[in-house]
Design a protein around this ligand. Structure first.
Ligand SMILES: [Fe+2]
Length: 261
């Protein structure tokens, strides 16, 4: 079993004049890292190295790739000293190597990959303190590049989850989930939304490109369920012939259209 002892740093000290984006950046980075480590912590070293599916990278490739991406953008691109030679980047360049070939690369062994990720993160923590609180430099305005890197690690947590689902052996020890509050009773009724002008999208520094720019849109009045549609609800719709019922389809819609509502 590969021991994973992650020495997580404490919350960023915001008393030293950091703006909220710095606190958020650190919290998002550390949350994403904790998730990745909790997903991989119980796996034997050979399973971290193995290519479980030609569709996915070896799990440990993702770990070092995330660290390398973080080094490139949060250290080198922001003027901090490099931790690795830029030539090292090629191994973890997703555009250069198809996933099915990545197990043949000279990858860092698991212990080294996790150590690399820790070194980068600690250097980022130190460098974050030195960055200006406000900046017109596109990478730093509103902490843009920190949001990009945190979201990158979140996306790789999803990639890792897909790889783990494709893993056939050994049995994967699912990390304990946090207890969730019991949802309150929600009336199974519809709510009338009166419509009107709304602001859609976002201009926030951490918004995805497909959320930009924010714009105003007039929305017609509509009814919306007061609770999420369940599989059981959807089954009733299907079994009652909902797909063939013209009441639930926009006028002139073909078979590929989605039902209304
Ligand atoms: Fe990536």
């Amino acid at each position: 079993m590969f021991p994973l002892v992650e020495e997580r740093s404490g919350p960023l000290d915001v008393s030293g004049g950091c703006l909220p984006w710095k606190s958020r950046a650190w919290a998002e980075l550390e949350t994403a890292r904790a998730r990745v480590l909790s997903m991989l912590g119980g796996l034997p070293e050979e399973e971290l190295r193995r290519q479980h599916s030609p569709l996915m990278s070896p799990l440990i490739w993702d770990v070092a790739h995330v660290a390398n991406y973080e080094e490139q953008w949060l250290l080198r691109a922001l003027g901090a000293p490099a931790i690795t030679d830029p030539a090292f980047d090629a191994i973890y360049d997703a555009f250069r190597h198809p996933r099915s070939t990545r197990s043949q690369l000279p990858l860092l062994p698991p212990e080294s990959a996790f150590a690399y990720a820790r070194r980068v993160r600690e250097a980022v923590r130190e460098h974050l303190h030195t960055l200006p609180e406000t900046s017109t430099v596109p990478l730093l305005a509103g902490g843009y590049v920190f949001g990009m890197v945190a979201q990158h690690e979140q996306q790789h947590a999803e990639t890792l989850a897909a790889t783990l689902q494709l893993m056939t052996a050994p049995e994967y020890p699912v990390p304990a989930a946090r207890p969730r509050p019991r949802p309150g009773a929600v009336p199974q009724t519809e709510v009338f939304i009166p419509g009107g002008p709304v602001r859609l999208g976002s201009d926030a520094a951490w918004a995805y490109d497909n959320e930009r720019p924010a714009f105003r849109q007039h929305v017609a009045p509509f009814l919306m369920d007061a609770h999420p549609v369940t599989n059981g609800d959807y089954r009733v719709f299907v079994e009652s012939g909902g797909y063939a019922d013209p009441r639930w389809w926009p006028p002139g819609a073909g078979r590929s259209s989605r039902p209304k509502g």
